[in-house]
Design a protein around this ligand. Structure first.
Ligand code: ASC
Length: 150
């Protein structure tokens, strides 16, 4: 076998394997629902910990807030792959699928807002953190209002 052919065959196999894994991950709609809800649960936990600081219920600790903001930012890209066709259910309203462009825009608004929150958290300026937290919370709420079952 020529070297080029070996390389082509190997990368085709690698692609097939990764496509297989991506598919297998959500073989059942319930798997996708569980995945996205789990991601939101982790995000909510860390976001809530920052919220307690912002509200003055917990003293500000730079490392804690920075860690939680990094978790939220890192997780924020994950849920969307689990809203694929045929995964209707859970707390998602049908508008997620019937108005996909609006849902995508709302998801991107949140992702940008939590990146800003993470930047503020890493810099350690509490006033910027408070401001960015407010914007991020509004982005969470905006999407819930339009796309999450009450
Ligand atoms: C949270 C959390 C949300 C958002 C949202 C902000 O802590 O779990 O979903 O904040 O309530 O409005």
């Amino acid at each position: 076998m020529k070297v080029q052919k070996i390389i082509l065959t190997t990368s085709a196999a690698a692609l097939a394997i990764s496509a297989g894994i991506a598919f297998a991950q959500f073989q059942k709609p319930e798997d996708a629902i569980k995945y996205r809800q789990s991601v939101f649960t982790v995000m909510s936990n860390s976001f809530g910990k920052i919220g307690a600081v912002v509200k003055g219920e917990v003293p500000y600790n730079k490392d804690e807030v920075a860690k939680n903001a990094a978790i939220v930012a890192m997780m924020s890209g994950l849920p969307w792959q689990a809203f694929g066709p045929g995964t209707e259910g859970g707390k998602a309203q049908s508008e997620v699928w019937s108005d996909g462009a609006k849902f995508k825009a709302a998801s991107e608004k949140m992702q940008l807002a939590v990146v800003d929150l993470n930047k503020a958290a890493q810099s350690g300026d509490l006033e910027s953190i408070k401001k960015a937290f407010g914007t991020a919370g509004a982005a969470c709420k905006g999407c819930h209002d339009d796309f999450r079952k009450k």
